[in-house]
Design a protein around this ligand. Structure first.
Ligand code: HEM
Length: 423
């Protein structure tokens, strides 16, 4: 069977105009979960849905070396990091990331996040308009650095916040913002490499088990240390996404504002309800539209041939909204079956499959934890109004976000909550 193909000579523009919906809409129009198109002038196979995710995450069939577009390597990912590795080299490097996420480390992270939310939110009181985006990026930069064992003098908070933000917020942009993201990548790489070298030479002694200590001391399977520029990329692979959780925090606040019955329900501390709410936000919120791989050897799938070396893009957003896996997928319903219990290939906001053996994000527990702390403050410990304009979400932006980064007005603490309720 011949794979359906887009008629346009290049689909980059329609993809940029509807980054979250393009693949699923066109797949439905073709009546096929796989179709061919040119993206960024390259022949590409676009895949959507749970079955296609199973194909994409089978490392015998799809690999990562050379898959990511260059513009993302020079901004979002950096060069030489875990995202572009395959096979045993990937597993070995991946184990390093998973070792950062044990229970003790997550407990420490929770404590740090609670302290930083308490300190930052005290400073928000009395502000006429507070864009949650910029406020939480700075807060999470502090959290990321403390957790990772990275020194962050007060005078550097703004600079590092801006650099780490540009890595994920400017990567998908076109024009000047993309160039700023490239600049941020080279300066952030130099900064992180300097930290790694300072640890190796004994000038800096981060707590054992922190990301900086682990990355600086990590050894490749052959026993050698990582080149410092690669260690820098891996350290930024921890710092950058912690700051990126600020995007989910905006979507949490947006969901609270548009779901008054949930806002009310969450005023009472209830761990299960909070987790349901967080997981439904992760399922619904537009973050990374898709991930890229390359066909390892010729593959036959549903009677269609995927030729060796061809780039493939898996639709993450469309898979999380696929009516074959989710009842009423467009409804925001935390009472549905918990998304994270629906299998490793249906719920893929941070990739699919097994994080230990494949490329699924190792930071999901960190993300859920940081969103939980944010939710405690947004639903219980703070009162505020919401600027009407921020109820609209800009879906062409990458990553999408509420207008003006979700603006809060007249933030005030709930005094009884501060003393009586756990965060
Ligand atoms: C804002 C929340 C986050 C989102 C939306 C997100 C999303 C993703 C996605 C889509 C992937 C790619 C999966 C693939 O290639 O198949 C990924 C990979 C990765 N993420 Fe996350 N992530 C988040 C938070 C985190 C956190 C908090 C960390 C670390 C502390 C982290 C570290 C990584 C790493 C190291 C990889 C590469 C894994 C690999 O290639 O094996 N992420 N993430």
């Amino acid at each position: 069977m011949r794979m359906p193909r887009e008629l346009l000579p290049d689909s980059t523009l329609p993809l940029l105009l509807a980054p979250y919906r393009f693949i699923s809409t066109r797949a439905r129009a073709h009546g096929s979960d796989a179709f061919a198109a040119r993206v960024l002038l390259q022949r590409t196979i676009l895949l959507t849905g749970e079955d296609a995710a199973r194909l994409f995450y089978d490392e015998e069939r799809v690999v990562r070396a050379g898959a990511a577009p260059r513009r993302l390597q020079r901004t979002l990912f950096g060069q030489g990091g875990v995202q572009g590795l395959d096979g045993p080299a990937h597993r070995h490097r991946k184990a390093m990331f998973l070792s950062l996420m044990d229970d003790a480390s997550l407990r420490r992270l929770e404590r740090i996040a609670q302290e930083e939310w308490t300190a930052a939110s005290a400073g928000w009181v009395g502000t006429a308009e507070l864009p949650l985006a910029s406020a939480t990026r700075a807060l999470l930069t502090r959290v990321a650095c403390r957790w990772a064992g990275v020194p962050l003098p007060e005078s550097e908070v703004r600079l590092r916040t801006r650099q780490l933000t540009l890595l994920f917020d400017g990567a998908g942009a076109v024009g000047p913002k993309h160039w700023l993201a490239r600049l941020a990548r080279s300066t952030a790489d130099r900064w992180a490499a300097g930290l790694v070298e300072a640890v190796r030479s004994g000038r800096l002694a981060p707590e054992p088990g922190t990301a900086l200590a682990v990355v600086a001391e990590h050894r490749e399977p052959g026993g050698e240390l990582l080149p410092s520029r690669v260690a820098a990329v891996e350290l930024l692979n921890v710092l950058r996404p912690v700051v990126a959780v600020s995007v989910y925090v905006q979507h949490l606040a947006h969901a609270l504002a548009t779901q008054p019955q949930w806002r009310e329900r969450l005023q009472v501390h209830d761990r299960e309800a909070e987790l349901r709410f967080v997981e439904e936000v992760r399922r619904q919120a537009p973050f990374f539209p898709a991930v890229a791989g390359r066909v390892r050897d010729d593959v036959m799938w549903r009677g269609m041939r995927l030729p060796r070396g061809r780039r493939v893009l898996l639709d993450l957003y469309g898979t999380d909204h696929d009516a074959r896996s989710w009842d009423a997928p467009e409804d925001f319903d935390p009472d549905r079956n918990r998304p994270d219990e629906q299998g490793a290939f249906a719920f893929v906001p941070q990739g699919g499959g097994d994080p230990a053996t494949g490329h699924r994000c190792p930071g999901e527990p960190v993300t859920v934890l940081l969103m939980g702390v944010a939710l405690a403050f947004l639903a219980r410990r703070l009162r505020y109004e919401v600027a009407e304009r921020s109820l609209a979400v800009r879906m062409r932006r990458l990553p999408a976000q509420p207008v003006d980064g979700f603006v809060l007005r007249d933030v005030r603490p709930v005094l009884s909550a501060v003393t009586q309720q756990p965060a």
